[in-house]
Every structure is written in C-alpha cells, then in structure tokens.
Design a protein around this ligand. Structure first.
Ligand SMILES: Cc1cc2nc3c(=O)[nH]c(=O)nc-3n(C[C@H](O)[C@H](O)[C@H](O)COP(=O)(O)O)c2cc1C
Length: 208
C-alpha cells in the first residue's frame, strides 16, 4: 500500500484560506479522477461524547463559512444542537490532497434553506418529506409508501413546501488545513488559524 507522493509544493497558496480553498476545490472538480469533489466528511460529537462521521455535500462556501443541507432532527442535527463544534474533511486521495476544517456549525437563516429547497428537483423534495432521517425504519416498503403518500399530496409540478426540520448549516471555521503529499513522506501541511471572532488568519506550516 506504500506509494511515493509527488512533487507539488504548497508554496504560493494565497493568504486568504477561502481563496485557497476555492482554488483547490476547482482543481478537484476539474480532475477526472475525483468524483463528488464537493463531498466532505462531517464529524460531530453528541451529548454523550460519542463521535460520528458521515458524508454531506458542500453547497456553498464564502467568508461566512461552509454550507450543507440536512435534517435538523437527524443524528448529526441533534449532535450539533448539543455541541456545535464540528470537523469537515475533503479527502481527495487521487490528488494526494486533503483539506481539514474545524469550526462551529450554526443553522442558516430560514429563508436561505427555503430558497435552496425550492430549487431542488421535485423527487428530492418529496424524498425529504418521506424521510425521517436517522430514525429506525421498519422496512424499505414503509419508506416507499411514505414517498408515494407525499407525492400524492404534492404532485409533480406543484410547489412543495420545505419540511420544517429540513435546512442548512454553515460551518464558521477557525482552522483550515491544506495537506499535499510530497516525496519521502516530507508532505506539506499549511494551516490557517484564527481565534473565533477574529478575521485575521495566522498561517503556519506543521510537521507532516
Ligand atoms: C456522497 C454522499 C453525499 C451525501 N450528502 C448528504 C447531504 O448533503 N445531506 C445529508 O443529510 N446527507 C447526505 N448524505 C447521507 C449522509 O452521509 C448520512 O447517511 C445521513 O445524512 C444521515 O446521517 P446521520 O444519521 O449521522 O445524521 C450523503 C452521503 C453520501 C455518501
């Protein structure tokens, strides 16, 4: 499993980590070896200290943070409610790269969730009504029956309201670390760090 990493240095990343992130995301998006470049692993810790991870899709990034959409009553939603500190990981193995982010998750304004939901395909909108995300499910049939019931209630072509428990979270980062594999295990790690409310980023290099 051991392989040698390439020779792409991290020098030249911009001082603004969001700009650096956007540059790497674009490079991942345009790399044919990367599928779902905007998929990220979200880790949360619940009230009992149990840590869980799952993939979610990044839908927006700005100076305000990294946005994804989900169910507020899901396992992750409940964990964030009791502990808003989360981690995000973009593992782009085929590029010998990863970006890891730590920050605080908060719900996006309601209107933003509703605007995003309104733009989703009808079948996904119905799917959101059918799912009680993270709850135990008796059988697959039960889920499909719920989907059909929702589809009858809001037939294709009608406006589907946003489920009350469905919406976005924005992760306001305090560290964003860029990792690039390099020769002889002398990988590059560049971490942008700031204190919670600061807009000033410190940029440090770390041992690999
Ligand atoms: C590539 C990929 C993308 C996903 N994107 C999302 C997403 O954007 N939102 C979401 O709620 N679940 C998404 N899921 C499903 C989650 O990984 C997870 O199974 C679900 O949200 C329930 O997680 P929880 O029970 O820990 O809350 C995605 C799964 C995969 C494999």
């Amino acid at each position: 499993m051991r392989r040698s990493y390439s020779e792409i240095p991290l020098d030249g990343l911009p001082d603004d980590p969001f700009e650096a992130f956007s540059r790497w995301l674009h490079e991942a998006h345009t790399n044919p070896l990367i599928v779902e470049a905007n998929a990220m692993v979200l880790s949360t810790v619940d009230h009992a200290g149990e840590v869980t991870s799952r993939s979610v899709l990044l839908k927006d990034v700005s100076q305000h943070g990294f946005t994804f959409f989900t169910s507020y009553t899901s396992r992750k939603g409940r964990a964030i409610h009791s502990s808003p500190q989360v981690a995000l990981l973009f593992p782009w193995y085929a590029m010998e790269r990863q970006i890891s982010i730590s920050g605080i998750a908060e719900q996006v304004p309601r209107q933003e969730s509703e605007d995003y939901f309104a733009g989703r395909p009808w079948a996904s909108q119905i799917g959101a009504w059918a799912s009680r995300q993270s709850e135990r499910l008796e059988s697959r049939d039960f889920l499909e029956d719920r989907w059909k019931a929702a589809a009858e209630k809001w037939p294709e072509g009608t406006s589907v309201p946003t489920p009350p428990e469905w919406g976005g979270y924005r992760v306001f980062p305090h560290t964003i670390e860029f990792w690039q594999g390099r020769f002889s295990r002398l990988h590059d790690r560049i971490r942008y760090e700031r204190t919670n409310e600061s807009t000033e980023w410190e940029i440090n290099r770390y041992y690999p």
